[in-house]
Design a protein around this ligand. Structure first.
Ligand code: ZN
Length: 210
């Protein structure tokens, strides 16, 4: 299945529909809280599912993120919120501590699991004890397979308890304040920029076959 082939039958929730009934104050709060779009929302249930998967092994694991998009325009521009509503772990993979290969069935399973208005909005993977950063290979993966404006990439180091989120074809890092999660769980700590730059010299091999 070609990743881009699934785009035609999906669409964003329109912002004016979502905020119908909101007060002006609520709308201003949303705008103020989302100066660096998009906002990412993740339920505690999905977050626990992802962490349980990534903590199940000390080798690199990954999968796809399913969800919906709220936009002031369409899926190509004006993205305001990306709701991560489910995750599909890749069962077929060959991995070492620094590499990951996801087979095509994870895409088929994601397609089967998606509900109306929910589709593949991104991917996640782990960097066990390597630090949470996007390597050059990760950036290439994002550009090749998750290259929509709404596409998000999540990397978690379950050992150091770090995470980073990226969005769009250029894998722009999303500010931690734009990650909305239940307060009792909260995001893992973000590594310092200098630490991440240092670790981007690490070698990583990743191969995806959508
Ligand atoms: Zn990586």
């Amino acid at each position: 299945m070609k990743w881009n082939n699934v785009k035609s039958d999906i669409s964003a929730f329109q912002l004016n529909q979502v905020v119908l009934g909101w007060t002006c104050l609520d709308l201003l709060r949303l705008i103020n809280a989302s100066r660096h779009f998009p906002i990412i929302t993740v339920s505690g249930e999905v977050r626990s599912k992802i962490l349980a998967h990534l903590n199940s092994s000390d080798v690199e694991l990954g999968g796809l993120l399913l969800g919906s998009v709220v936009s002031s325009q369409d899926l190509d521009s004006g993205i305001v919120v990306v709701n991560v509503e489910d995750s599909i772990e890749s069962l077929e993979f060959e991995s070492t501590s620094v590499s990951l290969s996801m087979g095509s069935t994870v895409w088929q399973r994601a397609n089967a699991a998606k509900r109306s208005n929910a589709f593949v909005v991104g991917w996640y993977h782990s960097h066990p004890d390597l630090g949470a950063f996007f390597s050059g290979t990760d950036r290439k993966t994002q550009r090749d397979f998750f290259n929509q404006q709404y596409s998000v990439g999540l990397v978690i180091d379950p050992v150091r308890e770090e995470e980073c989120w990226f969005s769009g074809p250029d894998a722009i890092e999303i500010a931690p304040c734009n990650i909305v999660m239940p307060s009792d769980i909260g995001p893992l700590s973000y590594p310092s920029q200098s630490l991440r730059l240092l670790e981007q010299t690490s070698t990583e091999v990743l191969d995806l076959a959508p």
